[in-house]
Design a protein around this ligand. Sequence first.
Ligand SMILES: [Zn+2]
Length: 82
Amino acid sequence: MLAVAYGLKSHSKRRRSVKTPGGHTKIHYSRFKQGVSKCGVCGIPLNGIVSGSKSEKSVERPYGGYLCHNCLESLIKLIVRT
Ligand SMILES: [Zn+2]
């Protein structure tokens, strides 16, 4: 309802006010820039993850594309030892 009240097309897109040659101010909509995938625990950027097709967004192991190899190793050790 908020989007309707303000006359906005979308809240999931970035809005930019642009002045047209006719003197009017229009809103231009653009997609948000996709960020780099980071580890869910330590926050370092993940290796081998590219923003492309579905297979490029993950690596083939448990928690691939979510945890880095160091955090996954310590998680597995923690689970095995407890
Ligand atoms: Zn990590």
